[in-house]
Design a protein around this ligand. Sequence first.
Ligand code: PHE
Length: 506
Amino acid sequence: MNASEILGSLSYQERKVLLALAKLGDGASPEGIFEAGPFGQMVEVMNAASWLQSKGLITMEERGQKVYGLKAKDIAQRGLPERRALDYIGRNITVKMGDLDKALDKGEVPVAIGWLRKKNLVKMEKTQGETVITLTDAGKEALVQEMRDEALLKRMAVGEISERDAPADIIAQLKGRQDLITERLQVARKMSLTELGRQVLDLGVVLKEEVAQITPELLQSGKWKEVSFRRYDVRTFAPTEYAAKKHPLTRIADEVRRIFLQMGFTEIDEEYVQPAFWNMDTLFTPQDHPAREMQDTFYLKHPSKLSIADDEELIKKVRSIHETGGDSGSLGWRYKWSRAEAERALLRTHTTVNTIRYLAKHPNPPVKVFSLSRVFRKEAIDATHLPEFMQIEGIVMEETASFDMLVGILREFYSRMGFEDIRVRPGYFPYTEPSLEVEVLWNDKWMELGGAGIFRPEVTAPYGIKHPVLAWGQGFERLAMLRWGLKDIRELYATDMDLLRQSPIF
Ligand code: PHE
C-alpha cells in the first residue's frame, strides 16, 4: 500500500491519534495523546496506536520503570517520627529519654531514636542514671531545614515518582522502613512518527466521523448520503485463531478404524507383553530365526518367563509341527523345539499376535478382524525407525478367500485412505505362503508399506482350520508420514506446536 492508500484506510480514531502525535511531537506518551485527543477511554488510544503501528506509521517504544508512592499517607502531614522528636528536643532545654513519650505515639519512640542516631542528629549522654538527649550540629541544622527523605516523601504525597526522578540512596533508605512507601513496575511508552507516518500526514489527514455499521435509521433518514463509511481492509493483519483439534496421528488412526469398520471388520487387541510362543512359535517362526535375536526383540527381565501351559494339547501340536511338521503335511523345521524358549516374555514385535490368538479361539468361518496397535522392536531411532510404532493388522477367513481377494482388500483399504493405487511384490514371512509386500503409489513414487500373505497350514493346522486365512500387517506411521508430507518419522511424535497448529484437518 502506498501512502495515499494507507490514508484512505485510516479509521477515525487512528486519524485522531496521528494528528495528536503530530501536534505533541515524537516521544509523546499515550497518556499525552489521550489528553490531546481528547479521547474517552485509554483503550481507544492503545487500539488505534497498535493499528497505526501495524500499518507502519508510528513506532512505540516500551520501557519498564519502577515508580514509588507514599503508603503511610498521614506521614506527609505529621512528619516522620524522628522529625517530631527533633522538633520536641529543639523546643526544650533538657530532654531525657523518657520525655519523648510526650511528643510521639506509643511504639514510635524506638523508631525515632533509631533514625535520630542513624542520621547523626543527636547525642546521648548518661548522667546520674538518666539519658539526656542533645542535638548535634547536624541536628540543629535539620531543625530549620527539610531533610532529603522528607523532601522526597512530600513529592510522593502529591503523586508517584519514577526511579529516574528520585535519588537512589534515599529510595533505598525509605524502602528499608516498614510500610512507608509503595513500589511498582510501570511500563512507559513513547510514540514516534515513522517516515511513512510523516508522508501520510503531509497528504492531509482530516478528522471526520465515520460510520462503522449501517442501521435502518441511517438508510431511511437519507443521512447515509452525508456520512462517510469506515472502509474494510482485507489485507490488514489479524491474529490467527487456532481451533482445538485432534492430533493428526489420532485423526489418521480414526480414519483407519472407520474404514475397516465400514468394510465389515471388528477391532481386536491383545497385551503388549506376550510369551514368545504366541509372538513366534504359533506363527511357525523357528526358534533360531534371526528376528528372535536380541537385536530385534525386547525380551523382558521381569517377568522373564510367561506360562503357556493353559493348553498342553496346543503346545504339543506346535512342538511337533516345528520338529516334524506334525499332521500339517509339512516336514517342519527339523530341530529340537525348546519349551523354555517359547516361554520367554517379550514385548510383541508385531500385531500378528493379535490375529493368531483370535484365530485360535475362533477357528470357524467367517472371521474378519483388524487391529491398530503398538509394537516394539530394538531399532535405533532415525528418520525412518522408531523402537515403538503401530501396525495395521487384519485377517479374513472364509471358504472362498483367495490371493486375489487379499490384494483386493488391501487395494480397497488404501484407496479409501486416498492412495490411488497399490502393487504387490513377492515377499517372505515364515507364517505365510504365498507372501507379498505391498507398495503404494504416492506422488508418483512406489513406497513399501507392509507385508501380507495367506497363513501356511503349519500355522492353521493346530486349530483344525480348513479355509484360507488372508493376513496382513501394514505400517501405520509410514502411512501418516506420506499423508502429512513428513520426511522424518520423529516429527510425528515431536509435539511441535507450530506443526500441530498448522496441520490440516483432512
Ligand atoms: N507381521 C509382519 C510384519 O510385522 C507383517 C505380516 C502380517 C506379514 C501378516 C504377513 C502376514 O512385518
